[in-house]
Design a protein around this ligand. Structure first.
Ligand code: SR1
Ligand code: MG
Length: 395
């Protein structure tokens, strides 16, 4: 272990990744290891190292000093590796079955070595291929309720919460979200990427001052409301699933933010599945409804049984917090629908639609649904009203 700590940062390759795990004593020195770089995300290197003989494997994730999706012209802090590992450890305390186990971290190398989840599939890919993952929404509802309650002022004392929030000071990664989710797609920004055929739709969106005012309010919430430790990037590419298991990964965007944000990102990334294939409407709407209902039930139980905050006993306060959370989530989901359609970092659910015409129509639907959800979010008092609205939307 000491040897690895003395190393200075350099990006790993398949050979040096093997040397690292052997130096750390995670595998025997003489054993034959297979190593493959499997990272398909926007930011990091990910290696899978396997000892086939003993059926043992680990994942090494290493942050690069720049955003991989853009290149070295976009420098990025290596400190995000520490934020991610710290968030995983906190999640592990509250929902051990829903996150990978962290075996080792090294902040100098920006490396986290964790449980290999290769027996599971990235949820976005599985859903695209037609999986329905019956336990997904119950698990994510539980993850959201526990992570968002146990890191809030209702459970932690205010000084303890502030000390924790300091640890998750994450300005560079927050800036990515502030720009890419809340600002750039609503203006003529260089980072935007969309088909020429969508130009009229996009111009209309940029000229929509009602929409922009509501997007500004949502950005303000993201900038200023440090309610609890949020994952910050909870899309379906940050979740591994099978029919039996669900694991949340990649919390490098974690910071203290508004609790509706994670819920909204998850909702939006589920909605891409209906937008790209209306045949999936029932499965996906059931998942959205069930995510909210599990979140609400578990969060409310924790509020009643484990809160130290005197005001949590005041009639109407929980309802106020939950209603605001739902409306924020619907608005944040609207921003995510728009940004994944015309901003930087698209999603395969839309970009993978083979027919050009259908792809364009799906993207138009995504933009108009996103707009409606942002502008009308305050109309929804309950999840059932939101689900009824989605049932009537012309996808
Ligand atoms: C430059 S990073 C682009 C996107 O990838 C991450 O997964 C986040 O969603 C971010 O917005
Ligand atoms: Mg990620």
């Amino acid at each position: 272990m000491a040897l690895a700590k003395e190393k200075i940062y350099e990006p790993l390759n398949e050979d040096s990744a093997v040397v690292l795990v052997k130096d750390l004593g995670l595998f025997e020195k003489e054993i034959l290891l297979e190593c493959e770089e499997i990272g398909d995300g926007n930011l990091n290197l990910v290696f899978r190292i396997a000892d086939r003989l003993n059926n043992k494997s680990v994942i090494i994730k290493q942050a690069l000093p720049y955003a991989k999706v853009v290149g070295e012209s976009w420098p990025l802090t290596l400190q995000r590796a520490q934020i991610e590992a710290d968030a995983l450890k906190i999640y592990h305390q509250h929902t051990p079955n829903l996150v990978p186990k962290v075996h080792y971290t090294n902040n100098d190398l920006a490396v986290t070595i964790m449980e290999d989840l290769s027996h599971l599939k990235i949820t976005r890919s599985g859903l695209i291929e037609g999986e329905s993952y019956p336990l997904l929404s119950g698990h994510i509802g539980e993850f959201l309720a526990k992570s968002l309650f146990y890191t809030s002022d209702y459970y932690l004392t205010p000084p303890a919460k502030k000390a924790l929030a300091k640890k998750f000071y994450n300005p560079e990664l927050c800036k990515i979200t502030e720009d890419l989710v809340f600002t750039d797609p609503f203006f003529n920004s260089e980072t935007n990427e969309f088909e020429e055929e969508l130009t009229d739709d996009v111009q209309k969106l940029w000229n929509d001052l009602v929409l922009k005012l509501e997007a500004a309010k949502l950005k303000k919430s993201f900038l200023t409301e440090g309610e609890a430790l949020i994952h910050g990037d909870l899309h379906t590419g940050s979740i591994f699933s099978s029919n039996e298991e669900t694991k949340v990964i990649d919390p490098e965007f974690a910071f203290f933010g508004p609790i509706g944000f994670d819920i909204g990102q998850f909702f939006a990334n589920l909605l891409f599945q209906i937008i790209s294939d209306t045949g999936k409407e029932k499965i996906i709407l059931d998942h959205i409804s069930n995510t909210w209902n599990s979140f609400q039930t578990i969060y409310s139980d924790l509020w009643l049984s484990e809160s130290h905050e005197k005001y949590t006993r005041v009639e109407g306060y929980l309802d106020y917090v939950l209603k605001k959370c739902l409306q924020d989530a619907i608005g944040f989901a609207g921003c995510e629908l728009i940004r994944r359609t015309i901003g930087l970092a698209h999603v395969q659910d839309l970009d993978g639609i083979p027919s050009f015409d259908k792809r364009l129509q799906a993207k138009r639907n995504s933009l108009s649904l996103g707009r409606e959800m942002i502008v009308h979010r305050a109309d929804f008092q309950e999840i059932s009203g939101f689900i009824d609205y989605l049932r009537t939307f012309q996808f």
